[in-house]
Structure formats: structure tokens, C-alpha cells
Design a protein around this ligand. Structure first.
Ligand code: ADP
Length: 546
């Protein structure tokens, strides 16, 4: 075998940090302080502060492999931790601030966190579980705020940084070493730990910046609304830093109205969030000026075609759907349109979950694990593998690995769908959400998309409920729009609307009109909760005869 002559330089977060700081020192990091007020810093300043943070953490005893947790919003200080912690050889653990106290305590213990960096505004939440995690030696508070609820001594972020030098002798790092960890948000089961490597992070960042994905460059300003605790804000902070794109962080001001103001002030070109965030923006009484956005990356749950259409019509802004999981770093696929089709024809592709990213291998398999053809018809579980797809979950000594989630080295995604001959994936459901009626599958995603295209509907989530005759039938849980359009959205009208768009036997006869669809910790519709509400008889269900 002829060996390559190329140098074997490690692909690391440190390399990303140093490149961005050296080549793009003037690029900007903007953080919202609410009400159109922003804080600004240059990459050079942020890199200096990251070095100070690394010095401070080392002084506190943090060494290679130690876990440093963050409990924070999307802001400059969180970015500093993103850069400093992995680059010093330690492991960044982003805790999901919206989980229940018991889950957080379990996760922080399981990850063996030694330090937590917390935003002052989140102290009351940290206080609900920190006493149950004795391994946490230090709490570092970002910003002003009373730390008394924690009932322990804390360190102040700015004071720690002020005492240090803005230089750090970053160590040589093995690219296969852990850089960061993130637990799945547990939409369908208990949270599981995924450990990202330096190499996987570097490769993922490179892919995200590439023309095949979002084509990021220093001309861009990226707005990750998706939390930095949700799969590394989809990898955008590292990807942006790699190419010197500006970063604009909404901090805790991520409700639609505040976000719209921030967009107006910070003028981002690329925004990223789950569909509910953008859907909320459509509902604003005053139309926001979000014209600076050349691209909105949307994913985390199925993106209704109507959302893509409305953003185009109202704001002239392009929504691109992406699919991924915490387990896939998270980018798995992206729905850029084929170039040989008209705008109209390409919409059918843009409303899918897209094509696998370069670097991600994907297949669909039937219940017996046999691979199915890519013909747009055959439907089965989606499996993926690749250099930024996890091949196991984080376990502590004595714990069994969750082997069921893997199949011959492929990750079983738990998503069910078909792939067309051009490689576009269409997810019909999560395996756990699949509705089986009279032996046939009904796609909840398809029903939801069709419902949300109706003028009188703001939100729709469909679950399967037990039915004597059919085994299971769909129940549509919907939020009506205000005004006449909403009032006209009766079960009969909606049934007729659906009958024109899906097979008649799939049209739900059970309807629940609610004020809001429950959401998960990362803003997805929470079907676990809807099912529980239904089982407990808490939903007011209207039943129409078919
Ligand atoms: P959780 O499983 O707790 O929601 P993740 O954020 O890792 O945590 O979720 C990954 C899952 O989100 C995928 O397996 C898939 O079911 C869903 N998902 C992500 N993007 C999309 C998309 N574009 N369309 C449909 N489902 C999506």
C-alpha cells in the first residue's frame, strides 16, 4: 500500500479557535441585552477571554478529560466556554436548562460534571438540583445576580477572568479525544449521553460551512436561536468561528417579538431554530423586518411546507429544512433543491428532510433489518453512520451500552420514512409516534403539515389513540388562529380540507381544540404529554362521524 505523504495534523476545536482568532480577529460576536440593546465583542476579544477562562479553569483544578458544564443561554460567555473548554483538553457539557430537576441531577451526575458555569438568571433553576450533585466542586456565575438560592459559595465569571492573562498555552490534543457532550432531550425516552470528539466536531463544522450545506463565510452573520444546549446549537458556533462569520446570540430574549427586534438590530444573514419559533414569528401582530436573513435553517421536527411558503411570501426569506439528531452532531441531511427544476417543482423536494450531507451514509431498513430501495415508496426505519454520527452512548463503569439503538455499526434513528431516487428523505413519523389504523399506517407528519397549511390553524399535532374498531385512529390537537379564519376552522371544515389532501380514511374524526400544543424542552410539539393528557381524560375531544 502506498502511504499518503500528508501530515497527520489533528483536527481539533483548538485548531478552530486558533484559526478564527488569527485570521478573523475583527469578526463580531453580538449578544442581545433585550429591547434592541446589544453587547458587541470582536473575535480577538472573545479569544482572549477564552484564554483567560482556560487559565481560570486550570487554576481551579480542571485538567484533560474533566467535565465542565454550562447552564446557559446563547450568549458570548457560552461561546467562550465552547472555545476554551475543549481547547484545553477538558470536556464541555451543555446542560439543557429546560429539563426537570431530577433529570438534570441525573445527567450532571452521570456526566460527572465538576464545574458549572451558570447564567445569573438561571440560578433559581440550578438551585433546584445542585444539592443532589455532590460532584460539582465550583459554580461560576456569569453576570450580576443573587446567588443565595444556591446555598453555597460561588465564583464570579468576570472576576475570575480579570485575574488571568489573555493567553493560554493550548495543549496538543488527540483528535479522537472527547471535546463535548450532550444528552438527548428525551422526547421519546430517557436522556442518553452523546460524546462529540475533536475530529467529529471539526469535520462537522467543515461540512456545515460547505457549499453543499449552508455555504457560510465571513460575509454571514449567524443567529443560532436553537439553544447551545441542543446539539451544540446545530454546530453553528464552531462552523461560524471556522470561517469568521459574525455570531449573533439572542441570550434569553428568544420570544418571537424580542427576537424580531434583535434581528432588526443585529442584521443576521442566517438564522436557525425549530419550526415553532418561526411559526410564532408569523403570528406577530406587527410584521417584523427580518429581510437581512438570506437563509433560515429549520429542523428538529418536520417543517410544514406552509411555513416555507409563508416566509417566502411575507418576508421574502428562504427556509431550508434540515434533519438531524443529538446523536448526529446534529447535521444529517439538508433539503436544498435540485438545480435542474423550476421553483415550483423544487418545492416538493424542499419540503422533504433533504439529502444526506456529504460524510453521512444513510439507508432505510424493514422490520427484519433488510435494506429497502430508494424509490420514494418503500418505507422503513432510517439508519445512518458517519464520522460525526455516534456509534454508542456514554456509559459509566458497569453500565450496559444501549445496543438496541445500533445495528451493525449503524445508528437506528427511530425515524420512519422513504427515500426517493434522488436521495431526498421523507420522514413520515418517529417510530414511537406512528399511527396504525386497520393495519395501515397514517403519517402524523403528513396530517400536521396539511392542517398547518389551513388559514384557520396556528398549530397542529396529531397522535394515535386507541379505537375499538380500527385499533388506533388519529386525534388532531389543534390551535386555531384568531379572528374569522380560526372561527371557521370547525371539525367539519377541517375534515373536508384534509379529505382533499390525504386519503379519506386517514382524516381524523377526533379533534381537540386547545390554547397551545405542549412543547418539549427544545420547542418541539410534545406528543408524550398530549398522549398522557388524553389518557387522563384532560382533553376536550370533539368527535364527528365519518
Ligand atoms: P429528541 O429526540 O429528544 O427530540 P433530538 O433533538 O436529538 O432530541 O431529536 C432528533 C429527532 O428530531 C429526530 O430523530 C427526528 O425525529 C426529529 N427531527 C429532526 N429534524 C427533523 C425534520 N427536519 N423533520 C422531521 N423530524 C425531525
Amino acid at each position: 500500500m502506498l502511504k499518503s505523504t500528508m501530515a497527520d495534523r489533528p483536527l481539533t476545536v483548538r485548531a478552530i479557535l486558533e484559526h478564527g482568532a488569527r485570521i478573523h480577529p475583527r469578526s463580531e460576536v453580538v449578544t442581545s441585552a433585550g429591547d434592541a440593546v446589544v453587547r458587541r465583542a470582536t473575535y480577538a476579544e472573545v479569544a482572549g477571554r477564552a484564554a483567560r477562562l482556560a487559565n481560570a479553569l486550570r487554576r481551579l483544578g480542571i485538567g484533560p478529560g474533566d467535565r465542565v458544564a454550562t447552564f446557559a443561554w446563547n450568549n458570548q460567555e457560552h461561546l467562550e466556554a465552547y472555545l476554551a473548554v475543549p481547547s484545553m483538553g477538558a470536556v464541555l457539557h451543555t446542560l439543557n436548562i429546560r429539563l426537570a430537576a431530577e433529570q438534570l441531577a441525573f445527567i450532571a451526575k452521570h456526566a460527572e460534571d465538576r464545574i458549572v458555569i451558570v447564567d445569573a438568571s438561571l440560578i433559581p433553576i440550578l438551585a433546584t438540583f445542585i444539592a443532589d450533585v455532590p460532584g460539582i466542586e465550583h459554580v461560576i456565575v456569569v453576570g450580576e445576580g443573587d446567588a443565595a438560592p444556591l446555598g453555597r459559595e460561588v465564583l464570579r465569571y468576570e472576576a475570575l477572568l480579570a485575574a488571568e492573562e489573555p493567553r493560554f498555552d493550548w495543549p496538543e490534543i488527540d483528535e479522537r479525544q472527547a471535546a463535548a457532550m450532550c444528552y438527548t432531550s428525551g422526547t421519546t425516552g430517557d436522556p442518553k449521553g452523546v460524546v462529540y470528539g475533536h475530529r467529529s466536531t471539526w469535520l462537522h463544522s467543515m461540512a456545515v460551512t460547505s457549499g453543499a450545506i449552508f455555504a457560510l463565510s465571513e460575509r454571514d452573520r449567524v443567529l443560532p436561536v436553537v439553544p447551545m444546549f441542543h446539539a451544540n446549537a446545530w454546530g453553528l458556533p464552531y462552523a461560524a468561528w471556522m470561517v469568521g462569520a459574525g455570531l449573533t446570540f439572542p441570550d434569553r430574549f428568544c420570544q418571537a417579538a424580542a427576537l424580531a427586534k434583535f434581528v432588526d438590530e443585529a442584521r443576521p444573514t442566517v438564522g436557525a431554530a425549530v419550526p415553532t419559533v418561526w411559526n410564532d414569528m408569523l403570528g406577530l401582530a406587527e410584521a417584523p423586518d427580518i429581510g437581512s436573513l438570506r437563509l433560515i435553517v429549520c429542523g428538529g421536527s418536520a417543517v410544514p411546507r406552509s411555513l416555507i411558503d409563508r416566509f417566502h411570501e411575507r418576508f421574502g426569506v428562504r427556509i431550508v429544512q434540515a434533519w438531524g439528531m443529538t446523536e448526529t452532531s446534529p447535521l444529517g441531511s439538508v433539503a436544498l433543491a435540485p438545480i435542474d427544476l423550476s421553483e415550483d417543482e423544487s418545492m416538493a423536494y424542499r419540503a422533504t428532510q433533504g439529502r444526506p450531507a456529504p460524510g453521512v451514509e444513510l439507508r432505510i431498513v424493514d422490520d427484519d433489518g433488510n435494506e429497502l430501495p430508494w424509490d420514494g415508496e418503500h418505507t422503513g426505519e432510517i439508519e445512518v453512520r458517519g464520522p460525526w454520527v455516534t456509534a454508542s452512548y456514554h456509559t459509566r463503569e458497569g453500565e450496559a451500552d444501549d445496543g438496541e439503538k445500533f445495528h451493525d455499526g449503524w445508528l437506528r434513528t427511530g425515524d420512519v420514512g422513504a427515500v426517493c431516487d434522488r436521495g431526498y428523505i421523507r420522514i413520515s413519523d418517529r417510530a414511537k409516534d406512528v399511527i396504525k389504523s386497520g393495519g395501515e399506517w397514517i403519517s402524523s407528519v403528513e396530517l400536521e403539515n396539511a392542517l398547518m397549511a389551513h388559514d384557520g390553524i396556528r398549530e397542529a399535532a396529531v397522535i394515535g389513540v386507541p379505537d375499538e374498531r380500527w385499533g388506533e385512529r388519529p386525534l388532531a390537537c389543534v390551535v386555531r388562529a384568531d379572528g374569522d379564519a380560526g372561527a371557521a376552522a370547525t371539525p367539519e371544515a377541517l375534515g373536508a380540507w384534509l379529505a382533499e389532501r390525504v386519503a379519506k380514511w386517514q382524516v381524523p374524526e377526533r379533534w381537540a381544540f386547545v390554547d397551545a400544543v405542549p412543547r418539549t424542552s427544545v420547542g418541539k410539539f410534545d406528543k408524550k404529554v398530549i398522549r398522557a393528557q388524553h389518557a387522563a381524560g384532560e382533553l376536550d375531544v370533539v368527535e364527528v362521524t365519518r
